[in-house]
Design a protein around this ligand. Structure first.
Ligand code: FES
Length: 113
């Protein structure tokens, strides 16, 4: 049986599985070096670092939560952007002052799942 619990052969790729994380957050850190707006123009790198630090402090890193850098999420004019999966909620125009709110949302999701 496939690791995702689905029917054998139902999915066309033989090597698939569900994400091991309850929440996987992606922080766009794309940098266009001033050619046009990108998330690295704002606090994106700092937001990612602080988000990881706070999640680790809460003991959620690894088994429950992963925070990754991402390339462009296609919402450049609203960046820096953070998206959480599986909810798909996007936090726009984030600064380091928004990290606590994002952490609170992650904690709420982890507690529900
Ligand atoms: S550069 Fe971040 S969404 Fe495009």
């Amino acid at each position: 049986m496939p690791i995702d619990g689905g029917e054998a052969g139902a999915y066309p790729f033989p090597m698939t599985k569900l994400s091991p994380y309850k929440v996987h957050g992606f922080v766009c850190t794309n940098d266009r070096n001033g050619e046009r707006r990108s998330c690295a123009d704002g606090d994106a790198v700092e937001v990612r670092a602080l988000l990881k630090k706070k999640i680790k402090e809460k003991g959620l890193w690894g088994d429950h939560v992963r925070i990754s850098s991402s390339g462009c999420l296609g919402l450049c004019s609203e960046g820096p952007n953070v998206v959480l999966y599986p909810s798909g909620r996007v936090f726009t125009e984030t600064t380091i002052n928004d990290v606590e709110r994002i952490v609170d949302e992650i904690v709420a999701i982890v507690e529900k799942r």
